[in-house]
Design a protein around this ligand. Structure first.
Ligand code: PMP
Length: 283
């Protein structure tokens, strides 16, 4: 069935949607994006996603394509028009179309594109089982705090993981510490129950789910340490997991050849996942 998508103010059938071949998002990956989950027809964490969108746009001097009110109203309309109960809204803002030139155009007219994807988020069998990851060098650019559409290396890393029979890759900086997953923030739980995840910097995306899950962990009286960790520390951890808007908190049960804990989703991970879902459904 054809979806209704959004392009620069218009709601149109996906097969009729068009973007210029001169769009800088297409030519230079000169654009940023956000992914907002939908549960029971309601968008989650919109405030955090809109704030991060502005941060990404500001870092790249791309003007906002519309007001926040217009953006949120359009997102809600897309969810309703496409009858999304569980899934996500993807939104992308580029610097727009201009003659190809590395220098930014003087008076950019940003492109805003949005679409929905239906996806089962609540009863995800993958979350019951946990996933396996491999580690790979982090060969992305150094401004991973900006959520750009330049995602080719994460795609390559994901394919490398798949070719090795794993589901995702955790990426390693030059000193051998985990930065994050291809599209998620990475965590371990130490044998003495401390939740460890890399501190915020330009090395990782400042995850919206990360912020909420860490707040929930602290509310639950769990100890959180924001610092880098190595794969070796992870091999000896009690639990491992990752967070992202569409995966919530997702157990990791194997890293390279090391089985984490007893090879099943950990207690703390499951608790955080349940709390995050409970909170999301209650708002
Ligand atoms: N890191 C990277 C590299 C990501 O692509 C994502 C998800 N887009 C995340 C972390 C998680 O961020 P969020 O919780 O806001 O989805």
């Amino acid at each position: 069935m054809s979806r209704t998508v959004y392009v620069n103010g218009a709601f149109i059938a996906e097969e009729d949607a068009q973007i210029s071949v001169f769009d800088r998002g297409f030519l230079f990956a000169d654009g940023v994006y956000e992914v907002c989950s939908v549960l029971k027809g309601k968008l989650l964490e919109t405030e955090g996603h809109v704030a991060r969108l502005h941060r990404s746009l500001n870092e790249l001097d791309i003007p906002a394509p519309c007001s926040d009110e217009e953006l949120l109203a359009a997102m809600e309309k897309l969810v309703a028009d496409n009858d999304i109960d569980e899934g996500l809204v993807y939104l992308q803002v580029t610097r727009g179309a201009a003659d190809r030139d590395f220098a930014y155009p003087k008076d950019p007219k940003p492109t805003l594109v949005m679409f929905t994807q239906a996806k089962k988020l609540l009863n995800d069998p993958v979350a019951d089982k946990g996933i396996t990851v491999i580690t790979l060098p982090d060969l992305r650019w150094a401004r991973r705090d900006i959520k750009t559409v330049g995602l080719l290396y994460p795609c390559m890393a994901k394919m490398e993981a798949k070719s090795k029979g794993a589901q995702d890759a955790w990426l390693l900086d030059d000193d051998g510490f985990v930065t994050e997953g291809t599209s998620n923030n990475a965590y371990i739980v130490t044998q003495d129950n401390k939740i460890v995840t890399r501190h915020l910097s330009n090395s990782i995306l400042h995850g919206i789910t990360r912020r909420s899950v860490l707040a929930l962990a602290e509310e639950e009286g769990m100890v959180v340490e924001q610092r880098p960790f190595t794969p070796e520390e992870a091999y000896n951890a009690k639990e491992a997991f990752f967070t992202s808007a569409s995966a919530f908190a997702m157990p990791v049960i194997k890293i390279n050849d090391a089985v984490i804990g007893d090879g099943t989703p950990g207690e703390i991970t499951q608790k955080l996942r349940a709390k995050y879902i409970e909170l999301s459904l209650s708002i």
